[in-house]
Design a protein around this ligand. Structure first.
Ligand code: EPU
Length: 428
């Protein structure tokens, strides 16, 4: 069904030193698009999703929906899905391996069929990433869960409302539970939920489909329905892409204007940028400009659940702090192994010491170009930023990690004046 774009493990060649200037449009949010694509499993009516970014993860999510039996089309950011033909409830390992977010098919498949069989995602480069909270939720909702041969098999005899409190705040765990309960008649209660803007965007969609969801603090009261409707929805702007471009502007001493950005989703990021010495000018409800005023200042950052400082912005800020005079500290409280970019940044001359979950950064005068390797999505973004500010040439291999989450980043950076070139599949 969906039109495809080809992705490969290309490399980036970046000539450092450009000052970024101009205007750039932020794409729709990847992490909002994915659960919304999976929500279509809950209905038999056609759904239209606008401003969906053209990314590898999105392509994989569309492919999964297609494998389950849906029809659809993807063109210019508009995804149309006709889920009436969905007649399978198994999400194979081949897809889950490519995209962890496929676990989000569990909730809607269980709601639609009373059963789901979904390959178990393994750990990944940023941590063990268990899904015990997702499974505990399903058990609390009366489902039987059997993990066997690398698959999670879930079955529920009679769907009934649930009351569940998450032991920790989990984004996709909350989304899976909301997706399931929206397809279940009756009043359910979820406590200690994640409140990330992407979760709230999914809630908007589930409401459009006919579920009633009330949120107060970290508690959601859900009244689902067996007859959910199709919907038309535009996904929120990608706050992590916006944050990455804002750091790029400040880091290069430039003046970048962002369009399609919601400053209210970026409170903690804007706060830290201002503390570091940026002036963030609000130009309208969804436009802002980042300007550097004076020398950059060191920071102390602790990653936290929303509305705290996002773990997905930690690596990008680390690059900025690497070239900021003084001592900075970043404490990563969400994922236990999210400092892999440190090793690569050190190749470029950064002075960073990792002790457990904290990274201590001593600012250096400059970074120098080197050959580095991407290890995960946000680590890749940080290496791109490092390349932009470094003296000389940087080659970043395995850029497919970046392609999972940033739409045409090199094109956007080039339009702002950066020298970034894509080298197709560099063989090592
Ligand atoms: N956790 C558990 N048990 C669970 C679920 C989570 O122990 O059942 C732990 C995780 O191991 C982690 C913490 O709880 O230490 C938070 O994990 P969470 O479940 O919130 O992460 P996620 O839902 O798997 C989403 C985003 C990530 C983002 C995190 C945190 C999507 C598709 N992914 O992951 O995005 O970093 O929330 O905000 O929404 C990215 O885009 O690069 C990315 C990794």
């Amino acid at each position: 069904m969906m039109n495809t774009t080809s992705y490969s493990s290309d490399a980036f060649l970046i000539e450092g030193g450009a000052t970024l200037k101009g205007r750039v449009r932020v794409s729709g949010a990847k992490n909002a698009s994915l659960p919304i694509i999976f929500s279509t499993i809950l209905t038999k009516e056609t759904c239209v999703i606008e401003d969906v970014p053209d990314l590898l993860d999105v392509k994989n999510a569309c492919e999964l929906i297609h494998l389950l039996g849906a029809e659809g089309d993807r063109l210019n950011g508009r995804v149309l899905i006709d889920p009436s033909g969905i007649d399978r409830y198994e999400t194979p390992e081949s897809i889950v391996k490519k995209m962890r977010a496929s676990v989000l098919s569990m909730g809607p498949l269980l709601a639609r069929f009373g059963r789901a069989r979904v390959a178990l995602p393994g750990g990944c480069s940023i941590g063990a990433r268990p899904i015990d909270q997702h499974l505990k939720f399903f058990v609390s909702a009366g489902a039987q869960v059997l993990v066997k041969d690398g698959y999670v098999n879930i079955e529920v005899e009679r769907k009934k409302p649930a009351e569940f409190e998450f032991e920790l705040v989990t984004v996709t765990g909350t989304e899976n539970a909301l997706l399931y309960l929206s397809g279940v008649e009756g009043r359910s209660i979820l406590k200690n939920i994640a409140l990330e803007p992407e979760v709230i965007d999914l809630v908007e969609v589930l409401r459009k489909m006919g579920a009633s969801i009330e949120i107060e603090g970290r508690t959601a009261v859900v009244e689902g329905s067996e007859e959910l409707k199709g919907f038309h929805h535009r996904v929120i702007p990608d706050r992590i892409e916006a944050g990455t471009l804002m750091v790029a502007s400040l880091l290069t001493g430039g003046e970048v204007e962002l369009e399609n950005v919601l400053p209210e989703h970026l409170g903690a990021v804007i706060g830290k940028l201002e503390e570091a010495g940026a002036r963030v000018e609000r130009l309208g409800a969804d436009r802002l400009r980042v300007v550097k005023v004076g020398e950059l200042k060191p920071l102390e950052i602790i990653t936290e659940e929303y509305p705290g400082f996002p773990t997905d912005m930690q690596a990008q800020f680390m690059v900025m702090l690497s070239v900021t005079e003084g001592r900075s500290m970043i404490y990563e409280s969400i994922f236990e192994n999210r400092f892999q970019h440190v090793y690569e940044l050190k190749k470029m001359g950064a002075n960073i010491e990792v002790r457990g979950r904290s990274a201590h950064i001593e600012g250096v005068r400059e970074l120098t170009g080197a050959e580095v390797i991407s290890t995960d999505l946000r680590a890749s973004a940080s290496l791109v930023l490092a390349g932009l500010v470094a003296r000389g040439t940087t080659v970043i291999r395995d850029i497919h990690h970046l392609d999972r989450g940033y739409e045409r980043l090199e094109k956007k950076l080039r339009e702002l004046g950066a020298s970034v070139e894509r080298l197709p599949s560099l063989v090592s």
